[in-house]
Design a protein around this ligand. Structure first.
Ligand code: VGL
Ligand code: ZN
Length: 218
């Protein structure tokens, strides 16, 4: 029995792919380990979702070159921790600059399957880990409105990075009332500290997300 038959169930779902971009993959500015596995897992999840008419959507980190989360623009070192406009900030290498190769989705990702893309991180003054809100929680992307228009109330979420953009996206989704399943085999983290991804998953679970593997979509 498929666990989610989009046509028959009352609950409408979407698969949300978080930041599957070149800069977060091998060779990129902010690459996570095993990004090739993430892309393969995404393609498998896409195939399984397409069979059930579950739409595939994606977030895209999309920074202007002058973004203040870049150490190069802030007089800080990569990996430094501090505050940007009063909000906790890690300083990153330049990454996912609008229009550049690093910001594009990975070439091996089945990009044709993606029906809607939600960009984030365009305001140079504030970082945006979540696909829903900037880190200041003031500005929001089109994602929540779009999901409401589609009457989608359940999300399968996977991607990069477990300890930043996946975590913040999952937490906001839960706060907004979505039912969230995290496809953990399709997530990898930055792990500035070794346990960060595990801790992030534990937090997501504790707040109400279900941790699944992609084969449970079958
Ligand atoms: C991300 C750090 C900076 C992410 C984005 O996609 O997790 N991490 N920008
Ligand atoms: Zn970023």
């Amino acid at each position: 029995m498929p666990m989610n038959k989009q046509s028959e169930d009352l609950v409408k779902s979407a698969l949300l792919l978080v930041d599957l971009q070149n800069d977060f993959c091998t060779g990129g500015a902010l690459a996570v380990a095993d990004s090739d596995i993430v892309i393969q897992t995404a393609n498998k999840a896409i195939e399984l979702c397409q069979k059930q008419n579950i739409p595939i959507i994606a977030s895209q980190d999309w920074h202007p070159a002058n973004h203040l989360s870049f150490a190069s623009n802030s007089g800080t070192q990569v990996g430094d921790i501090g505050k940007l406009n009063g909000i906790a900030q890690v300083w990153w290498p330049d990454h996912c600059v609008q229009g550049e190769y690093g910001a594009e989705f990975h070439p091996e990702l089945n990009r044709d399957a993606i029906v809607e893309v939600f960009t984030k991180g365009e305001n140079p003054q504030v970082d945006s880990y979540s696909a829903f809100f900037d880190n200041d929680k003031i500005s929001q992307t089109r994602l929540h409105t779009w999901l409401q228009q589609q009457q989608i109330t359940q999300l399968f979420i996977m991607g990069i990075a477990t300890d930043y953009c996946v975590k913040f996206t999952v937490m906001d989704a839960l706060k907004l009332g979505y039912n969230v399943d995290v496809l953990i085999d399709g997530c990898r983290g930055v792990n500035l500290s070794a346990m960060d991804s595990e801790l992030a998953l534990a937090e997501m679970s504790q707040k109400g997300a279900t941790l699944l593997t992609t084969d449970s979509l079958q």
